[in-house]
Design a protein around this ligand. Sequence first.
Ligand code: KG4
Ligand code: ZN
Length: 330
Amino acid sequence: MLTLGVESSCDETSVAVVRDGREILSNMISSQIEIHRLFGGVVPEIASRKHVSAILPMLDLALEEAGITMEDVDLICATRGPGLIGALLVGLTAARGLALASHKPFVGVNHIRGHICANYLTHKDLEPPFVGLIVSGGHSYLIHVTDYVDFTLYGKTRDDAAGEAFDKVARAMGIGYPGGPVIDKLAKEGEKTYDLPRVMLEADSYDFSFSGLKTAVLNELNQAKQKGEEIRVADMAASFQAAVIDVLVEKSFRLARELGEKTIVLAGGVSANSGLRAAMESRGEKEGVAIYYPDPILCTDNAAMIASVGYYSHLKGEAGSVYADPNLGL
Ligand code: KG4
Ligand code: ZN
């Protein structure tokens, strides 16, 4: 079955063709990152306008790259939430219009669930059940994936998402946007010399909280400024990243132990982090837990993962709502 996927929830306009939920025939991604970089974050109105101009050319490119025409497509899917409402509406409306005009089935897809499916595209052998850690710019979820379309939520962030914390800390240090890749790179050159908090919350909680950590970094920056001292940027990057990783690793392994699962799957933009991958793999080796994460290009937003989740929903007979929902939960 050939699925056409469309993603436009934030600042990537992407269209993909995926065979049977697992094999990417094309995954065209037009990133708006350069224009949003000028503002230090995504500007919703600009994002919507850029999606409008990119969506049809991306659609043509995705079909061309896959070597197919619209007639060959069996199923059409698009992200319906969560995300920026104006941005979501562009991809969703284009995909729905296409489905109506071509009399093909349509599935409205949850973007967060899509991030998990990025792993099915990278690892052909991976099957549920497993513990899933989704850490992106907008979300941090710890879940039990019991089937391709069934999840149980165990923990989520109570304030900032993990990626949001990377972005805000990088902005405060004036080292660029998005913060994750920059901090990841700098952390390799630094030492963990700053003492920053690991917020574990209540003993039995799987929730996360990253705003206290962010504030601790801001306090260090302010104190250094008041004393006229230079902040050691690479050391701060290493210390901050380690504090995030410690919490993510600890909670993921605790949940795996509680559920008796021997597989942990990482997803979302922050799963591209080299320190997180290394820490998860090292702990996994000690505890006999297999660690999976997507290819780098599939960690951040893309339409192939949307086609994959849409395919599995369709197999289960779930059409999903066709309406955009900016606050759609897991
Ligand atoms: O999944 P994604 O593309 O967008 C959302 O759905 O939110 O994730 C983007 C987030 C940004 O916050 C970015 O800073 C972070 O992922 N990110 C990283 C890395 N690469 C991207 N965070 C840490 N380390 C990285 N290497
Ligand atoms: Zn995302």
